[in-house]
Design a protein around this ligand. Structure first.
Ligand code: ZN
Length: 322
């Protein structure tokens, strides 16, 4: 939408007499260029995403520091195994913190640089709803990511740089978000990148969180990179779902934040409006009947296009405004 408007203004000021003739040509060229740059993006299967998400949901609650979370991490390792070049549990944080992140890596043409596509897989510990297993808040990200990994492998997608899928532990706080509670997995992972001297090789971070809602409207918050936000709107329009991405007017605390704070251009693809007045969020109503494979498919196809965009463009630092 913004790109079309700019073309219109340029056409009018430069060639007023030829306005009507020029506009369609300009639009076609723009469309062709955009399609060419994403022609290598694979098609993600909606049913596959839904199956992964509901199977993952069926594992039950997976709060940070629980045995069930370790079982869930092993489940992810086995599910990702056939698709990724390598799957591993990076050593993040101290023994005491017990962080269990899972990384599934696909090496790309440029092996020096990598881009992270992340999601959290832990579920919120809710004392009033002890069976909470998070179909949207947790499982939808896992379903979208696994279906995307399958599509990349089976459709032999050529990757311009290494792609790391990171499944984060401990996104949810146990009690209240603070510097020491919540975002455990992503903070621990960024610390590991810093300690190993590889943070500068991380070109971008794309986060998927709560993207399974049947009525999906992804609202990238303002603490995302501006160029990634703008491109996500263009991609949504290109995929015929312009209304499914609507940038938020405020920031968001989520797993992208440790990356942003470390200077990595990042975007949070999140729909933080789940059910009327967000009623399904963090309640026992967050069940698979409220989520849709089509929503996960769209989010995954958006994420992989943003990966291509980030691999090939200067994102202007963490804010995208320089
Ligand atoms: Zn949550």
């Amino acid at each position: 939408m913004k790109v079309m408007k700019r073309n219109l203004l340029l056409s009018v000021s430069a060639l007023p007499m030829m306005f009507l003739a020029v506009l369609p040509l300009t639009s076609c060229k723009e469309n062709r260029t955009m399609q060419d740059s994403y022609s290598s993006a694979p098609a993600v299967d909606a049913e596959t995403a839904m199956k992964y998400a509901s199977d993952f949901f069926d594992l039950g609650p997976k709060p940070y520091r629980s045995e069930q979370l370790e079982t869930a991490a092993e489940w992810i390792r086995q599910a990702a195994g056939p698709y990724a070049d390598s799957v591993y549990f990076p050593k993040c944080g101290t023994e005491d913190e017990k962080i269990v992140n899972v990384v599934a890596e696909f090496s790309g043409h440029d092996t020096k640089h990598f881009i992270v596509i992340g999601c959290h897989f832990d579920t919120k510990q809710i004392f009033s709803a002890p069976a909470f297993a998070g179909a949207n808040d947790g499982a939808s990200g896992v379903g979208a990511v696994l279906a995307l990994m399958k599509a990349i492998r089976e459709q032999k997608m050529q990757l311009p740089c290494t792609l790391r899928f990171v499944f984060f532990d401990g996104e949810e706080c146990l009690y209240q978000y603070s510097n020491t509670d919540g975002l455990h997995g992503s903070r621990g992972y960024v610390q590991l990148l810093q300690d190993s001297g590889t943070l500068s090789q991380c070109k971008a971070m794309i986060l998927l969180d709560m993207i399974g809602d049947r009525d999906l409207v992804i609202t990238p918050p303002t603490n995302s990179n501006a160029k990634l936000i703008q491109e996500s709107e263009r991609i949504a329009a290109q995929l015929g779902r312009a209304k499914s991405v609507q940038p938020l007017k405020s920031g968001m605390l989520d797993d992208h934040l440790p990356f942003v704070n470390a200077g990595v251009p990042s975007i949070d693809l999140i729909d933080f409006s789940y059910g009327e007045q967000n009623l399904y969020w963090h309640t026992s109503a967050d069940t698979p009947d409220k989520i849709s494979g089509e929503s996960m498919k769209f989010a995954a196809e958006l994420a992989v296009r943003l990966y291509l965009f980030a691999a090939e463009n200067d994102l202007g630092g963490k804010t995208g405004r320089k």
